[in-house]
Design a protein around this ligand. Structure first.
Ligand code: NOJ
Length: 757
């Protein structure tokens, strides 16, 4: 062992020793504090309230707010959500710390889904970057900005696997694949929580929604979920497990019932798997009112029963049902629950508070000066621009219509979202100001020599406020803008059309049955394309949309999601070729709503047809009126250059359980510009004790290549990559043949095989 190794080893031993003793001392402190707490105070820690009034103003005299205020003073509140900004956080914390008997600090929760004041791309977009480092940085800087505003706990990441674009919340996750989803989940946990949770800019994270919320029947939010153990363990749970393994501090359960049991009361999920098998030591918060909603589910008889079921099921903190605070004492007297349940929940909550450093300094996150410095800091804005560029996916580019020329080309910019500064902020931007995104128009105007004209074509109209923010919608009746848009199209060399969903058209409670371009946009697109076929379609959206007509008739399509504060700059840099697009789809784009749910890692069925598409017969698994395949598949995305894959080889044809196989491929940039390619490795287990997906992503690497340059890319495959939840209900790899695919998207056909002994 050389000196470096010795130093490394000693510091590792010291680190493990130090963190173990630090952990032990937290456990001791928790136990000591617990022994001083009354039952009422313990139950108070399990109670979370929403923010309710401006604490620097006069105290409310009556109603709900008065009750909450009283509860804060009596130490009957463990956490608040949606209180933000140093001034407000400090004043609420002050009540808990200075007025309650034991002065236990509050933990402040907030939905930091894609940024705080500086808005980052929606998570689905960031997943399209396949750049886990960039995603980690995005979470880290979002945490920094939020922590500077007093927040110390985020209800993110959402790690739900999503297969159905009708569900509005697909925008919040990393898409349909458990492998990509797991890497993204772990990256976000590292980003939010950092190395030291009690450092000033790190915050506790939450894996949500536990579990299977993304499998809501028919994509309708909050709907029933009925899936088997096979899908639960192989598809739904892996990203949650990855978050737990990355040391996440909290979990949030979900609104749905799962196979007949509301997730909020599901002891199999929360007690057996999470706190049992996975050894999770943090706490579980309910979703908003989900304890109360168990009555609507038809699972709890009344509020008290709901409290009993939630406690027994393993929910430690009650978000906004006010059931724990009102019912747990009686439940204890009636012996429906016991003190050990309460002590366990409270210990978990206190432990996270200790780990955050809140007992050392309850105002750790409360410094006005720091808040001013950090809010909107250059470093955060720059990172949001970088990841926004990386999130863009080029779906089509015929005749090299893109990139646009920076000089001498007449460009018509058309569409309701072209100058819109609000929609690119996406759905979860509670702390951001409205209309603060750079629009595509502004982004393109930065290119001074272009000859750019703009027409809206379809107006945005005011919508009745339905969420946290004023909303707009895309006009469905007024065509008065068509004429000017068509006239403009006729005069220019190229048309850039910015169409899609307005910012709040996806997100919570925003399920849809129609996934074409909303309102009059499809008609506008067709009319403009008739006037000038040189159309570049830029799509802004929070979910896969159906783009069949555009895919047939429009030469270029750029998938630009809702990219946040820097949206217009990112899009303009891609359109003008200053950034060569490298994103790949994290979700399949369907041809029709009737195909949903649609995902690449499906099972084969007993009648798969030839190559999955066989119009010659009837009795195979297909539709009479549509293909089975996606319009744009998972993993797909183009570049301004092209890549060639050759010399695909495996190092050996057999894999021993303790050994590994290396898969190699040469990837060459055969085009004229530098570019990045996400090289993807898929595996298939063609025969097993349960049926297995036709393909599963098991690795990827991003390579950057100059024109003509070639690189050997290699992946190491071990037994761990072959494991799945099998017929014996064990996570294991079964002996036999496996197929390996390497390529640029999930349709890759080129395969090699090996045998696991
Ligand atoms: C309900 C949502 O389902 C959840 O994701 C969110 O964290 C809470 N509301 C709090 O805002």
């Amino acid at each position: 062992m050389n000196m470096n190794h010795l130093v490394l080893k000693l510091s590792l031993v010291f680190f493990i020793h130090f963190s173990t003793t630090a952990q032990q001392s937290i456990d001791i402190k928790v136990a000591e504090l617990l022994s001083k707490m009354t039952l009422e105070e313990k139950i108070g820690q399990m109670n979370q309230y929403n923010g309710f009034w401006n604490f620097t103003g006069p105290s409310p005299e009556e109603g709900d707010a008065k009750v909450k205020y009283e509860h804060l003073r009596k130490g009957l509140v463990g956490s608040m959500l949606n209180v933000r900004g140093v001034r407000d956080v400090r004043s609420v914390q002050k009540i808990a710390v200075e007025e309650s008997r034991l002065g236990i600090p509050l933990i402040f929760g907030f939905d930091l889904i894609h940024g705080y004041k500086t808005v980052f791309p929606i998570p689905l977009a960031e997943a399209a970057s396949w750049d886990v480092k960039a995603i980690e940085l995005s979470a880290k800087l979002a945490a920094k900005e939020a922590a500077a505003a007093g927040i110390n706990w985020t209800f993110a990441p959402m790690v739900d696997i999503t297969r159905d674009a009708r569900w509005g919340r697909v925008m919040e996750g990393a898409g349909e694949d458990p492998y990509l989803g797991s890497l993204v989940a772990a990256a976000r946990v590292r980003g939010f929580q950092g190395e030291k949770l009690n450092a000033p800019f790190t915050i506790a994270a939450t894996a949500k929604h536990f579990a299977a919320y993304g499998f809501a029947e028919a994509g309708r939010d909050y709907n029933t979920v009925d899936i088997g153990l096979n899908t639960l363990h192989n598809m739904v749970l892996p990203p949650f497990k990855a978050a737990a393994d990355a040391g996440i501090k909290t979990f949030m359960n979900s609104f749905n019932d799962l196979n007949g049991i509301p997730a909020t009361a599901d002891a199999y999920l929360q007690r057996d798997i999470l706190k049992g098998d996975w050894g999770f030591e943090g706490f579980v918060v309910s979703d908003w009112g989900s304890i109360r909603e168990m009555m609507d589910h038809g699972y709890a008889r009344d509020r008290k029963h709901a409290g009993e079921l939630a406690v027994l099921g393993g929910s430690d903190m009650d978000m906004e049902s006010s059931i724990y605070i009102n019912e747990l004492e009686t439940l204890l007297e009636e012996k429906k629950i016991n003190l050990a349940h309460i002590d366990d929940a409270v210990s978990r909550i206190l432990k996270v508070k200790y780990e955050l450093g809140l007992f050392d300094d309850p105002y750790l996150y409360c410094n006005e000066e720091v808040e001013k410095q950090i809010t909107g800091a250059q470093e955060i804005v720059e990172a949001s621009l970088e990841v926004a560029k990386k999130s863009i996916v080029l779906l089509k580019n015929e005749n090299n219509i893109l990139p646009l020329r920076k000089k001498g080309q007449k460009i018509g910019l058309i569409g309701p979202l072209a100058a819109d500064k609000n929609s690119p902020l996406g759905n979860w931007r509670i702390a951001a100001e409205n209309n603060t995104a750079i629009s595509v128009l502004e982004g393109m105007q930065n290119y001074k020599d272009n000859r750019l004209s703009h027409a809206q074509g379809v107006r945005l109209v005011e919508k009745v406020p339905a969420g946290f923010h004023e909303e707009v919608a895309i006009n469905t009746t007024d065509k008065t803008g068509f004429e000017a848009a068509i006239a403009l199209a006729k005069k220019v060399d190229v048309v850039v059309m910015v169409l899609g969903e307005y910012g709040f058209q996806s997100g919570e409670g925003r399920s849809r049955t129609q996934l074409g371009l909303p309102g009059l946009q499809q008609e506008l697109l067709e009319k403009v394309t008739m006037a000038n076929p040189n159309v570049v379609l830029v799509v802004m959206n929070g979910r896969p949309l159906i783009l069949n007509w555009a895919a047939e008739n429009v030469p270029a399509i750029v998938e630009a999601w809702h990219l946040g504060t820097q949206s217009g700059n990112a899009i303009a840099q891609v359109l003008y070729g200053d950034y060569n697009p490298s994103g790949k789809l994290p979700m399949s784009f369907p041809r029709s709503v009737g195909q949903l749910p649609l995902y690449y890692n499906h099972k084969s069925t007993g009648r798969p047809g030839a190559e999955g598409e066989d119009p010659g017969s009837v009795f195979w698994s297909h539709y009479g009126d549509e293909k089975n395949s996606a319009l744009f598949p998972f993993g797909f995305g183009l570049s301004y250059t092209e890549f060639e894959y050759t010399n695909f080889q495996l190092s050996t044809a057999t894999l021993d359980r303790s050994g590994s196989i290396t898969a190699f491929v040469d990837v060459k940039n055969t085009g004229a510009v530098k570019g990045k390619e996400v090289v993807q490795l898929y595996l298939q287990d063609p025969y097993a004790s349960t049926t297995r997906p036709v393909k599963e992503l098991k690795g990827f690497q991003m390579v950057e290549l100059a024109p003509g340059e070639s690189k050997k890319v290699s992946f190491i495959i071990t037994e761990a990559d072959l494991k799945f939840y099998n017929a014996k209900q064990q996570w294991d790899a079964e002996s036999g043949i496996f197929h390996v695919y390497i390529g640029g998207n999930s349709l890759v056909k080129n395969k090699r095989s090996f045998e696991l002994n």
